[in-house]
Design a protein around this ligand. Structure first.
Ligand SMILES: C[S@@+](CC[C@H](N)C(=O)[O-])C[C@H]1O[C@@H](n2cnc3c(N)ncnc32)[C@H](O)[C@@H]1O
Length: 473
């Protein structure tokens, strides 16, 4: 018998079925939907969670972990991509997207959560066995073992270019924003390194749910009875729910007397409603009303003053959402589906007009974790003509002495000041109003006359508002 044949053969490892972990499988499915179908995480996740919670083995803690895994992975994708790229031997674009999603989920657990290293690696490898197969799970295991060799700060020191060499690229990797977005936000914010770092960091924080108590229909006192709810910082109608608070569980929200609305949006509606007017103040228009958050607040404020609100929205299904948001409004209102650039109403019909125009949404990145990766600089060019056309129609729709509010949920200068400046060149009979005194107590609104809110300063979305008065016909 040869030496070879006498050696005891190592028994083959018995095949073990991968362990199915419903939380991570759900997180992976959500990431795939966002990646593959361009779905929005905030729309995809709730039905997946609802379905999972109908089963006995998925509780509230599982739902919280799945949500954190999905949102955290999407938000920090830029940083994780840089780390993963340093751990694989080919360009990331050559790694299959589902494999990359599993790797990102693993990287987030390792670098962005308190899940212990061995648990993060083994749970992700098990997930890979279930959703990718054993062969690719080995690759995932090898890459994650490399990722696990350092913590987030250590990795950033290795993969981000030094700030002094390329400040924007450095910030893009550290704070996980596309470089062009860093650049645009910095242009708008101005100032040095500290401010932009605070802003980018704030974009990565999950905001608390803020409610609006629609005046005449609900009070903040009522909403403050919710467990650990707090009054808003600036709007007299705002109440912030506790971390993880469920707006659907609040009676006033279910009844439409209150709604979910960022405080920045409340301030925009309030500033327009408080702008000084001479003469009648009975006809208000919201020209881009869908889905109806600002229209519902304006409608309630209009009712208190005996004014009528017309809420107009181009897309019929969104006009339906506006009608739902306004249902039960204490005063008169009308909802129509109409193109705001070719309006069915006569020029000069309104005393106050809001146009909250379609935009890149770069001011609401906290809420839409995937949005920063979807947007392209070309989107600005696509929105530009529509934004100008909608502002022109708004100015035509207001009477002499009436006020128009031009709003965006983006601080990008191409969507804010550039639009206003361009359009005002064609309207010598219109003047910008100083909007800052209309929000007493709200600090740091900019040098005026327009206002710019910021997540890191005000804790709101980065809403922009310019108020413009028609001075002659
Ligand atoms: C930023 S959203 C408005 C958000 C809304 N003010 C709120 O607070 O709920 C812009 C809206 O303008 C609508 N829109 C786009 N083009 C339009 C047009 N030509 N005329 C009127 N509305 C338009 C979009 O469908 C979208 O619902």
């Amino acid at each position: 018998m040869s030496e070879q044949s006498r050696r005891v053969r190592k028994p083959a490892k018995p095949y073990r079925r991968p362990k199915k972990d419903p939380v991570r499988i759900l997180a992976f499915e959500a990431l795939r939907a966002v990646d593959e179908r361009d779905a929005y995480a905030n729309l995809v996740l709730p039905p997946l969670l609802r379905k999972a919670r109908e089963k006995d083995d998925f509780d509230a803690r599982d739902a919280a972990l799945a949500t954190e895994l999905v949102y955290g992975t999407l938000r920090r994708q830029g940083t994780y991509d840089a780390v993963i790229a340093a751990c694989v031997d080919r360009p990331l674009r050559e790694v299959d997207p589902p494999v990359l999603d599993v790797l990102s989920l693993g990287a987030h657990q390792l670098l962005g959560t308190r899940i212990p290293t061995h648990a993060a690696v083994s749970a992700t490898v098990e997930l890979a066995r279930v959703v990718l197969g054993d062969g690719r799970a080995k690759f995932v295991n090898a890459v994650l073992r490399k990722v696990a060799q350092d913590d987030l700060d250590g990795w950033i020191a290795k993969v981000a270019p030094p700030y002094d060499e390329d400040p924007e690229d450095h910030l893009a990797v550290v704070h996980s924003h596309p470089r062009w977005v860093v650049s645009a936000l910095w242009d708008s914010l101005g100032g040095g390194r500290a401010g932009i770092e605070e802003l980018l960091a704030a974009d990565n924080e999950r905001p608390r749910v803020t409610l609006v108590a629609r005046p005449g229909r609900a009070t903040t006192e009522e909403l403050l009875r919710e467990e650990a709810a707090e009054a808003g910082r600036w709007s007299p109608y705002a109440v912030r729910l506790a971390e993880g608070g469920e707006p659907g569980a609040v009676e006033a929200v279910r009844e439409g007397r209150a709604g979910v609305q960022d405080e920045g949006s409340q301030l925009v509606a309030l500033a327009l409603a408080n702008a000084p007017l001479e003469g009648p103040d009975t006809k208000w228009l919201d020209g881009c009303a869908g889905p109806g958050g600002k229209a519902a607040l304006l409608g309630a404020l209009a009712a208190e003053r005996g004014a009528v609100l017309l809420a107009s929205e181009k897309q019929p299904h969104r006009a339906g959402l506006v009608a739902k948001a306004l249902a039960g409004n204490p005063g008169p209102y009308q909802v129509i589906a109409a193109d705001g650039t070719r309006p069915p109403w006569r020029p000069g019909s309104f005393d106050r007009v809001l146009v909250d125009v379609p935009c890149t949404g770069l001011g609401a990145l906290r809420r839409r974790p995937e949005a920063r990766w979807r947007r392209r600089p070309e989107d600005l060019d696509n929105f530009a003509p529509l934004q100008r056309a909608l502002l022109r129609t708004a100015l035509d729709s207001v009477r002499v002495g009436g006020v128009v509010g031009y709003a965006t949920c983006s601080p990008h200068l191409a969507e804010t000041r550039a639009v206003v400046a361009d359009v005002l060149k064609q309207y010598p009979d219109a003047e910008l109003l100083d909007a800052r005194p209309l929000l007493p107590g709200v600090p740091a609104l900019g040098e005026g006359p327009d206002i710019q809110l910021w997540p890191h300063v005000h804790g709101t979305d980065a809403m922009y508002l310019a108020l413009i008065r028609r001075t002659a016909g």
